[in-house]
Design a protein around this ligand. Structure first.
Ligand code: 5GP
Ligand code: SF4
Ligand code: MG
Length: 455
């Protein structure tokens, strides 16, 4: 999911949030929502669909105030329903709260059960509502205290934006699994999932929110509360591999440059005799450029992408996914005919997309197709907010490397090594979660999870 929040007394905060969310659209395409505070009341609008489908000028115009938070959703826990759209809004002992969550809790079912026994009722099937209920429960003291207590109870991945009548608050879990950064625009403060959203609205990057940090922004400026910070950080390496926009930076490292280095490393690990290097657009472009650069094989665009289609993977079911591939990608015969092709993509999840693409390249006349993947095989599910939670769908969990190569009918297949991927980030390797590749889960995982386990 994508988060964008602003505290800006002299700005049209709803409008800025709209553009901020637009820049984060790649992080979720199922629903979008904005909540605005004018100091007394909240104005909220959210619905299913893309940011420009959910909002227009007429809707944004009356959303006046000086604080806003927004959310774009990609469902991991809870179905794709309007009831599950965020921000979630509620009234507790001390007033109004709006909350937006990126990540996934691993103990939401336990907490939900405990709260239900004490009389809580739930309106959504998301793990995020559990956070709301806990904040309300700890609502006797200040909102900061309520958040600190809530952070002790919840386990898993959470970057949060919380809005009260007069405060904008950002929270990152103790492992820093999902990103969150701080920006400034004049005297306005911004919190966003990625730096590309700061660039889009014309804000200046200040710093990332630290793991375990709560940042509180109000009339007095920005204040930081450092709560428990885990000694081992666990930033999701998949943000670098796939999820984030190429123009964003995390911990000072630019995403597209990291991907390019992953491609160079692929070329060092797996040199191929070939005529052209092509990416699977858009997710494979940077790594394909890196591969071409390091190998000296020319980079070409062998697949045309329809610019008007979103990420196929994020469409919720398998049948929709398969049709979507043909709609999205078309091979260019003039480029591929008679060629030995190195095709680069960022990851293989189910293997169905690349199987289809390899076939398309052959039909267009490619004589050899070698698939190079700029991340290791995904052997394990993610419980921290990426939709690879059903292990039986992961092709690498079921098949050996050679089986996978046969399944996708490629002449060659190579995945980037774990070491190669982590080193390409230029950051300390211990800073990362790479559990879907290694099975080494830094944060305890639940016994019984699946996307719909709470329904
Ligand atoms: P598959 O192997 O499942 O057929 O498709 C893999 C493709 O899905 C890759 O090109 C990758 O860019 C894309 N993809 C889209 N969304 C996701 C996601 O949330 N996780 C992963 N791992 N890959 C995704
Ligand atoms: Fe990211 Fe994989 Fe860790 Fe999930 S398990 S947080 S996708 S690195
Ligand atoms: Mg892709």
């Amino acid at each position: 999911c994508g988060l964008f929040g602003i505290y800006g007394p002299n700005l049209d905060v709803a409008n800025v949030t709209y553009y901020g969310l637009y820049a984060l659209q790649h992080r979720g395409q199922e629903s979008a929502g904005i909540a605005v505070s004018d100091g007394k009341r909240f104005k909220i609008h959210k619905d299913m669909g893309l940011v420009p489908e959910v909002f227009d000028e007429k809707l944004l115009e009356p959303m006046k105030g000086f604080i806003a938070i927004g959310h774009v959703r990609y469902s991991t826990t809870g179905s794709s329903l309007v009831a599950n759209a965020q921000p979630l809004n509620f009234r507790y002992l001390k007033g109004l709260i709006s909350l937006a969550h990126n990540g996934n809790l691993t103990n939401a079912n336990e907490i939900r059960h405990r709260l239900a026994l004490n009389g809580s009722v739930f309106q959504t099937t998301t793990d995020s509502e559990v956070i709301v209920k806990l904040i309300a429960r700890y609502g006797q003291g200040s909102i900061e205290e309520a958040l600190m207590k809530t952070m002790i109870d919840i386990k898993g991945a959470f970057s949060l934006l919380v809005m009260t009548e007069d405060k904008l608050i950002g929270v990152r879990d103790a492992y820093g699994v999902r990103p969150l950064c701080i920006g400034k625009m004049g005297d306005a403060f911004i919190l966003a999932s990625e730096t590309c959203a700061l660039d889009t609205v014309g804000a200046e990057f200040i710093r990332d929110v630290d793991p375990g940090e709560i940042v509180v922004i109000d009339g007095k400026g920005l204040r930081s509360i450092q709560t428990l910070k885990n000694p081992r950080q666990a930033f999701c390496v998949f943000e670098f591999v796939y999820l984030a926009r190429p123009d964003s930076n995390f911990s000072g490292q630019n995403v597209t440059l990291v991907r390019r280095e992953m491609g160079r490393q692929l070329a060092r690990e797996y040199p191929v005799e070939a005529d052209i290097v092509i990416p699977v657009p858009d997710s494979g472009i940077a790594a394909a450029l890196g591969y071409a650069e390091a190998s000296g094989i020319p980079y070409m665009e062998g697949l045309m992408k329809n610019r008007y289609i979103g990420r196929t993977f994020i469409q919720p079911d398998q049948k929709m996914r398969e049709t979507a591939v043909r709609l999205k990608l078309n091979p260019i015969q003039g480029i591929l005919e008679g060629k030995r092709v190195v095709m680069v993509d960022d990851s293989i999840v189910r293997g169905t997309t690349c199987k289809q693409i390899v076939q398309m390249l052959r039909n267009a006349g490619a004589v050899e197709v070698h698939l190079l993947v700029s991340s290791p095989p995904i052997h394990y599910p993610c419980y921290y907010g990426i939709d690879t939670s059903e292990r039986n769908q992961l092709i690498a969990a079921k098949r050996s490397l050679d089986d996978i190569r046969k399944f996708i009918a490629a002449d060659g297949l190579h995945y980037l090594s774990l070491d190669g991927m982590l080193k390409a980030t230029g950051l300390p390797v211990d800073n990362f979660c790479a559990a879907c590749f290694t099975g080494d889960y830094a944060i305890e995982i639940p016994q019984n999870v699946g996307k719909y386990s709470m329904e």
